[in-house]
Design a protein around this ligand. Structure first.
Ligand code: SAH
Length: 358
């Protein structure tokens, strides 16, 4: 048994079952053995690959989006924030694509919000010569009070979720226990929990429901900050609109699905993002909220195909294949194009969110 599995097992032995959120938090962020703490999980040799690692076009178009919004805001000093920047690839592509926009780089201070020291170091290595003002923060709470342009790709899916399950006698929390006979972690039903938001709703027994308290509190904080200081945000992730009535917890290990409770700390654990809740929080804070777009739609509207054609003019041999297959993976409905969604919010209602107008 791994050191982290042993720690979790002991905790359960001492004080009983733990919530799915606590399990996820320990598996991903335990200070010594957590998944994001000890290794670089991204890329071909890692456990999963993300859009910025697939094609430079992704980060470039996000850079164009942010710069267009900044110009509509009238320019001026701002904080460019990325949540969970991975290897710093998106930020590097974004900076390169916006270099020629007058004053954009001069006006920005970059804030990278990253909990993993390993990844923060990789970001530093990648970006230290790209911009004179880059600061690293552990937590969203530490962001400065300044006009903000923010991007978060595959960040919200890494935040710990709670799960609940409908039973014949009401909703109970789904928790994680240790099965001594099987020598494995297992799901158990906890005491009655969760008050259902909509009373009178008939949810079939066996339905799993999810809640992400961390996503809610981060979104609330960001929405208030944007409302007070001005700015806009782009959130990209796999997720859905509508009720959070599905079990979306999943583990990936070396590009393969993995049993979610096996090998904590060795596999990546994520849950799909409940965009309805995040958009509702932004709306309640008074922000402009664009319609939720598919990643494919968004990138094509931002000019992904034209950008690929430009890159092809200067590419040869295998490079050409990479450009073409990279674009396809990002936009095609069979790959990431439909599963991944893009949410945009802005403090001002008169700003046109590029790519979001009908
Ligand atoms: N955005 C990158 C990486 C996605 S992986 C890309 O698209 O390639 C998730 C990232 O979020 C990692 O950098 C991870 O270390 C970071 N992360 C996870 N939980 C976090 C938290 N609570 N606070 C800050 N960063 C977090």
């Amino acid at each position: 048994m791994s050191a982290l599995a042993e720690i979790i097992r002991e905790r359960i032995a001492a004080s009983g079952s733990i919530s799915v959120a606590d399990y996820m938090e320990l598996a991903l962020a335990h200070p010594e053995h957590g998944y994001y703490r000890k290794q670089d999980p991204l890329g071909a040799r890692g456990d999963f690959i993300t859009a910025p690692e697939i094609s430079q076009i992704f980060g470039e178009l996000i850079g164009i989006w942010l710069a267009q919004v900044w110009m509509q805001m009238g320019g001026g000093p701002f904080s460019l924030v990325e949540l969970g920047p991975g290897r710093g690839t998106l930020m590097g592509d974004l900076l390169r694509a916006t270099k020629k926009i007058p004053e954009f780089h001069e006006c920005m201070t970059i804030h990278m919000v990253e909990t993993s020291p390993t990844l923060a170091h990789a970001q530093y290595q990648r970006l230290r010569y790209e911009h004179p003002r880059i600061e690293w923060l552990d937590r969203v709470e530490e962001l400065p009070d300044s006009p903000t342009l923010l991007v978060a790709n595959e960040f919200f899916d890494a935040l710990p979720i709670k799960q609940f399950i409908m039973t014949d006698d009401g909703v109970r929390e789904r928790r994680v226990a240790w099965d001594e006979a099987a020598q494995a972690f297992t799901f158990v039903e906890g005491p009655a929990g969760l008050q259902l938001a909509k009373s009178g709703q008939s949810i079939p027994p066996g339905t799993v429901m999810e809640q992400c308290p961390a996503a809610r509190s981060i979104m609330r904080l960001l929405a208030d900050r944007l409302q007070q200081c001005g700015g806009a945000a782009l959130v990209i992730d796999y997720g859905y609109l509508g009720d959070a009535h599905h079990d979306t917890l999943q583990a990936l290990c070396r590009h393969q699905f993995h049993p979610v409770l096996r090998d904590p700390g060795e596999a990546d654990l994520t849950a799909h993002v409940d965009f309805s809740t995040l958009m509702g929080i932004a709306r309640d804070a008074g922000l402009q909220v664009g319609p939720l777009l598919n990643q494919g739609q968004f990138l094509v509207r931002m000019g992904a195909e034209m950008r690929a054609e430009m890159l092809l003019k200067h590419a040869q041999g295998p490079q050409r294949d990479l450009i073409v297959t990279g674009l396809q993976r990002l936009v095609s409905p069979q790959a990431m194009g439909e599963l991944f969604k893009v949410m945009a919010v802005a403090s001002r209602h008169d700003i046109e969110l590029p790519g979001f107008a009908l």
